[in-house]
Design a protein around this ligand. Sequence first.
Ligand code: ADP
Length: 419
Amino acid sequence: MAKILYVEDNVANRMLVSQLLEPLGHTVIEAVDGITGIQAAQDEKPDLILMDINIPGMDGYETTTRIKSLPEMGNVPIIALTARTMAGDRERALTAGCDGYIAKPIDVDELPKQIDEFLDGRRDTVSLDQESDYLREYNVRLVDHLEQKVRELTAANEEVERRALMKGRFIDLAAHELRTPLTAVHGYLSILTAPGSPFLSNADENTREIIEGVVIGVDRLRGIVQDMLDVTRIRAGTLQLSYAPVTLSSIFKRIERDFSKVVARRNQILIVADVSHIRPLWVDGERLTQILRNLLSNAVKYTPDGGEVELAAEVVGEDQPSGSEPLVKITVRDSGVGIPPDQHHLIFEHFHEVREIEHHSTSKTEFMGGGAGLGLPIARGVAEAHGGSLWVESDSYDPEACPGSKFHLVLPFGKVPQN
Ligand code: ADP
């Protein structure tokens, strides 16, 4: 008994054929269009394929040609089924690679017999002369179809680009609009919380707590607005870098200081390597610190309490043959939940998050706390603006086993300008 793949968009026909063939012991697999038909042929390796010609997307001729070119599928008989009774339909089907042709409506008495014949080795052919005529016609139609698809894709691509541009403009506009009132709120808060401020000293415990909460919230908002502005600058290539000689050890010390409280609160171990032997880099120190802050806050965020986060660096390519400059490679390693390989490139895209937005908490450092999904695109953008690169290494996502992640930032030492 045979495994039969039936590629057909019409549900009534699919039911009819299944009801006809399954009682005879055949297994009928159904596919509703050409693309799923090709996939099913690859996955299921059927003994025979019934191919409706008039299907959406790739038509039955094109689908047949494609299936016939798949490894191990060349000898599987494909029988065209078509209601379109134009002169030459049979020849067209055979030219496209079909081994037989059955006209619709399906003759319920005949179909099982015809299928048995093809399973037993029957193969219909077309004369060479006819084949070359129909091949020419088929080629023209294929190119036509291709042209139409290219036009559709180009239009769709233009639409995607237009929307991306609008999104960019919206981010830019929203960031600028938010910045003004936020600056005012921040200014008033600074007056309220300045050392020796009468507002604070006269306030009771409750009010102080409320003010603290507002300060944290406003700082977070300012960070998000700043990130939005950075994103637009990176995208527009207008990010300004203030180059100066910077030692990595000074930056590492700053990061260690910044993160010491958070790490202690999360009961994590932060290992910061001694990098005092690495010569100074010619970079924007604030921007480099920003990259490392983003990477470290992710490492802390996606590592459970009690885990480990490490910040290290090495010089690479020092012994290379002349011509290539040595680089510095900074690595942020964590013992956290990890990132599935199929997400490695996506996490560097704007607003991409591996998990659903509903799982967000607003914390930058709590375990699995959410964020705006801008930290990594900004970090990569800043790295690239320095002529460097940023990528991730991680085996899988597993919140139980915690395979961990490593983010590698490679930067050129940079050249001190000679004047
Ligand atoms: P977010 O603000 O969401 O942290 P990011 O751009 O910094 O945005 O990161 C994007 C996504 O990449 C995160 O939502 C998270 O799913 C994943 N990710 C980043 N760093 C790590 C890490 N160290 N471990 C596991 N997942 C991470």
